[in-house]
Design a protein around this ligand. Structure first.
Ligand SMILES: *Cc1c(COP(=O)(O)O)cnc(C)c1O
Length: 396
C-alpha cells in the first residue's frame, strides 16, 4: 500500500519486484547484484565474521533473494531451497514422531507422496480434509495435531480455502498454518497478512516464470519460528545455488507483468471453454459460478493462470494431447509458455485412484497452465485440437 503522506514512501509491489537485487555498486556502477560463486568466506580475525561463513548457511546472492522474497510475502524471514519439494521437506522437518497434520484434500501429488511415503517413516501422520469445512476440521483435529497445511486454490481442481478462517481456527487449537502459495504468488495473495505462519512456494512455477529454473522458497512469520527454520534449512542443506538464486531473481522482476497477462489469458480461455460444446465443466475461481468465487475475491487481488476442465468424452483426450501445437503437452505450470497436463497420468499418478476419483481428478480432466502468448493464438490452437478429437471420435 502506498502512503503519499509519509516521508518514507513504501514502493508499490510492481516497483519492488522490478528492483529485486538492484544495487548501485560504487566501483563499477553495476545495476544487478552479482553471482557470488564463493563457497567459503574469509574471517577477518578469530571470532569475527563478515556475516558470511559457508555457502550452505548463507551466500550473498541467495541472501538478497531471501530478503526480497520475505518482504514480498510480509514475512520475517525467507529461505531459498533447491526445489519446492526441498522446501516442503525442510518445513515438515519441524515435525517428528507422533505428530499429526491436517492437510488439504486436493493436494499437489508430490506433497502427498512426501507425506505418505517419507514423513510416515518418521512417525508423522496426515489426515486429508476439505479445509474450507470448519466442522470437518474440528472433527479431524487430534491432541497431537501440530499444523494445518493448505493449498488455495488447489491444483488441479481449483478449490478455494478461506485462509483467514482456517488460520483463526488453527490459532485457537495452537496449530501452525502453512500455505502453499505457488499458484497465486505474493503478487495476488499474501497468506501471512491473513494469519498464516509459513508460506511455501515452488518457485519453479510463477516466481521463476520461464520454465527454466528449479527452486523453492519458505517464508516464516515470527522470530522463534524463523530461527528454527534457519536451523533446519542449514542442517538439511537442500539450499539454492548462487546461480539459481540469480536466475530466480531475474524471473521475479517481471512477475507483475506476467501475472496480469496470465490472469487475462486464463480468464478469456476459461470463458471460451465454458461455451464450447465438447467441454463438460470448467474449474476456475475467476468464473462467477465457481463455489470459491467470493472467498477468492476477498482474499486475493487476482487469479492464477491455471485452470482445469473436463471434456465430455474421455476419448477426446488422446487426440487433443496429440494435436495441440502452440500449447505443449508437458508437466509443470506457471511459465510464459502454455502447458497442458493430464493429471491422472502425470502430476497426480501417485495419489491412489479411489482418492483421486473421489475428489474429481478423473480421466476426462485436463489442466491448462495458460502462458503469455496472444489469446487468439491459444484459442485457435485448442479449438483445432478439439476439432480433430471430435472428428476422430464422432466421425465427420
Ligand atoms: C510444483 C509444485 C510443488 C513442488 O515444487 P518443485 O519445485 O517441483 O519441487 C509443490 N507445490 C505445488 C503447488 C506445485 O505446483
Amino acid at each position: 500500500m502506498t502512503d503519499h503522506h509519509s516521508s518514507e514512501r513504501t514502493l508499490n509491489i510492481e516497483s519492488r519486484l522490478a528492483q529485486i537485487g538492484s544495487i548501485n555498486e560504487p566501483t563499477t556502477g553495476a545495476i544487478n547484484f552479482p553471482i557470488y560463486q564463493s563457497t567459503a568466506f574469509r574471517h577477518p580475525a578469530l571470532g569475527k565474521s563478515t556475516g558470511f561463513d559457508y555457502i550452505r548457511t548463507t551466500n550473498p546472492t541467495r541472501a538478497v533473494l531471501e530478503q526480497a522474497a520475505a518482504a514480498l510475502e510480509s514475512a520475517d524471514a525467507g529461505f531459498a531451497c533447491s526445489s519446492g519439494m526441498a522446501a516442503l521437506q525442510t518445513i515438515f522437518a519441524l515435525f517428528g514422531q507422533g505428530d499429526h497434520l491436517v492437510v488439504s484434500l486436493d493436494l499437489y501429488g508430490g506433497t502427498y507422496r512426501l507425506l505418505e511415503r517419507i514423513l510416515s517413516k518418521f512417525g508423522v501422520t496426515a489426515s486429508y480434509v476439505d479445509t474450507n469445512d470448519l466442522e470437518a476440521l474440528e472433527k479431524i483435529v487430534q491432541p497431537n495435531t501440530k499444523a494445518v497445511f493448505i493449498e488455495t486454490p488447489t491444483n488441479p481442481l481449483m478449490m478455494v480455502t478461506d485462509i483467514q478462517a482456517v488460520a483463526t481456527w488453527a490459532k485457537s487449537h495452537q496449530l501452525l498454518t502453512i500455505v502453499d502459495n505457488t499458484l497465486l504468488t505474493p503478487f495476488f495473495q499474501r497468506p501471512i497478512e491473513l494469519g498464516a505462519d509459513i508460506v511455501i512456494h515452488s518457485a519453479t512455477k510463477y516466481l521463476g516464470g520461464h520454465n527454466d529454473v528449479l527452486a523453492g522458497l519458505i517464508m516464516t512469520k515470527g522470530e522463534e519460528l524463523s530461527a528454527e527454520m534457519a536451523f533446519l534449512h542449514n542442517s538439511i542443506g537442500a539450499v539454492l545455488s548462487p546461480t539459481d538464486s540469480y536466475q530466480l531473481m531475474r524471473g521475479m522482476k517481471t512477475l507483475a507483468l506476467r501475472m496480469e497477462r496470465h490472469e487475462y489469458n486464463a480468464t478469456a480461455m476459461a470463458k471460451h471453454l465454458v461455451d464450447h460444446p465438447q467441454i463438460a465443466e470448467v474449474f476456475y475461481p475467476a468464473l462467477p459460478d465457481h463455489p470459491g468465487y467470493d472467498v477468492q475475491n476477498r482474499q486475493s487481488s487476482g487469479n492464477t493462470g491455471i485452470f482445469s476442465f473436463k471434456v465430455k468424452d474421455a476419448r477426446y483426450i488422446e487426440p487433443i494431447l496429440r494435436s495441440i501445437q502452440l500449447i505443449a503437452f508437458a508437466e509443470s505450470l506457471g511459465g510464459v509458455e502454455s502447458l497442458m497436463t493430464y493429471p491422472t497420468v502425470q502430476t497426480h499418478a501417485d495419489i491412489p485412484t479411489e482418492i483421486r476419483e473421489a475428489i474429481g481428478v478423473d480421466d476426462r480432466l485436463l489442466r491448462f497452465s495458460v502462458g503469455i502468448e496472444h489469446i487468439d493464438d491459444l484459442i485457435a490452437d485448442l479449438d483445432q485440437a478439439l476439432e480433430v478429437a471430435r472428428i476422430e471420435v464422432e466421425g465427420v
